[in-house]
Design a protein around this ligand. Structure first.
Ligand code: PLP
Length: 406
């Protein structure tokens, strides 16, 4: 049945997106991945682009583990042993040995008493916010937090919802002060690493503030950190923003789908919180877990990361080479060590032109324009990976140099 006025209204909205230039548009389809060879990292072939090869500078697979043969072997062997899908939600008959082993390993990795695997980091965050909040809770969030936090806050029951300017702890403190008289509990939530800019939250200082206000709420105050971009890729041993800052979240959310190279999310906390979430979190109770093969691959990934000082040090070296390189070409960036390296263009048309130029020259990078980022902060987000070689980085820098000298 044609959708009539309803469908026409959607068409109008889509046309508006196209006219404003803010639509995501057609997706690039990867038709082949050519493995690393001869001092070069992997190259992608895209549908409609013939034999042209692309260097990927827009993947979250910061350690290059999506293509790791050990992970593929672990996934395949678990799929043969347990099946390619879970067949049910966890509490019915969908809990397999790889899920449990992975949860034990994640808890150990983050030095927490307990962990649980989630379908994705997105649903992990939404589920934690939904399950831990009550109609008397204050939810307080950084303005640049990921969309899963923004929507998780809408879904959660809360008395007050507050958003503080990016990294502004003074405002966070006044919001805690204001909520203390009105709510019985406070949940402060922040990204660890902010994915658009590669900067990070001072988890240690935020924790200190939350601890200071804990006694002012009848049910206490807690800190949730979503470190999806930090875990695996940040800190001397890949423990993420907590390792960089020395702070420690009450509830830590991570993803298996970025540095770990697989798919799915997880939550680490103390045993009571995890048990409570297994009983109360609808995203966990009523939705299938990741496949046993994905859990086995993630476990193999975690083992590689634990013994993977070499991977991390190569990632840091390539990140520094790229960041220093774009600075010496006269481009503006944000200092830091995270492999998200923003190139601030500060203009929508020029951002689009540079992304197109990079693509014409075999480099995939993501342009972020208003309204995804504030006006004046338009940027190109480059993501360095441990499967980039020095010659890959230099090749991308050479393209950026040509754009500058046009
Ligand atoms: C902070 C943050 N949380 C969650 C997610 C979503 O991760 P997942 O793909 O595991 O749902 C992202 C992805 O970009 C993210 O940046």
């Amino acid at each position: 049945m044609p959708l009539g006025r309803f469908g026409r209204d959607l068409e109008t909205q889509l046309r508006d997106l196209d006219d404003a230039g803010t639509g995501k548009g057609a997706e690039s389809v990867v038709v082949a991945v050519r493995p690393a060879q001869g001092g070069r990292g992997p190259r992608l072939l895209l549908d409609g682009q013939g034999d042209r090869e692309f260097i990927r500078m827009n993947s979250n697979s910061y350690l290059g583990l999506t293509l790791d043969p050990e992970l593929a072997r672990a996934e395949e062997s678990a799929a043969h042993a347990f099946g390619v899908g879970p067949g049910a939600v966890r509490f019915i008959s969908g809990t397999y040995q790889p899920h449990v082993r992975l949860e034990t390993a994640l808890a150990q990795f983050h030095a927490r008493p307990a962990a649980m695997v989630a379908g994705s980091a997105y649903t992990a965050v939404a589920g934690v916010l939904f399950s831990l909040s009550t109609p008397e809770t204050a939810l307080i969030s950084d303005e640049l937090n990921h969309n899963c936090i923004v929507n998780g806050m809408k879904l959660a029951r809360a008395k007050l919802r507050k958003v503080y300017p990016h990294l502004n702890l003074q405002t966070l403190q006044s919001q805690l002060e204001e909520c203390a008289g009105q709510c019985d509990s406070a949940i402060v939530i922040t990204d660890g690493v902010f994915s658009m800019r590669g900067d990070h939250a001072p988890v240690d200082r935020i924790l200190e503030l939350v601890a200071r206000y804990d006694g002012r709420f009848a049910r206490g105050a807690v800190l949730i950190v979503d470190d999806s971009h930090g875990v695996g890729a940040f800190g001397a041993t890949g423990r993420g923003t907590e390792e960089i800052t020395g702070g420690r979240a009450d509830v830590l959310v991570g993803t298996l789908g970025k540095a770990m190279g697989v798919n799915g999310g997880y939550i680490c906390s103390d045993a009571t919180v995890i048990r409570y979430l297994r009983e109360k979190n609808p995203f966990y109770i009523y939705s299938n877990p990741i496949a046993p093969g994905e859990a086995a691959a993630a476990l193999a990934s975690l083992e590689l990361i634990r013994g993977g000082a070499r991977l991390l040090s190569h990632l840091r070296e390539m990140t520094k080479r790229f960041r220093d390189g774009i600075k010496s070409l006269g481009y503006e960036t944000i200092d830091g060590q995270h492999p998200v390296v923003p190139l601030l263009v500060r203009d929508t048309d020029r951002t689009r032109a540079l992304v197109a130029f990079l693509r014409e020259n075999g480099v995939l990078a993501t342009g972020l324009n208003y309204p995804v980022v504030p006006k004046g902060e338009q940027l190109i987000r480059f993501q360095v990976s441990a499967d980039h070689t020095a010659s890959d980085i230099d090749e991308v820098l050479a393209v950026l140099a040509r754009f500058r000298n046009r």
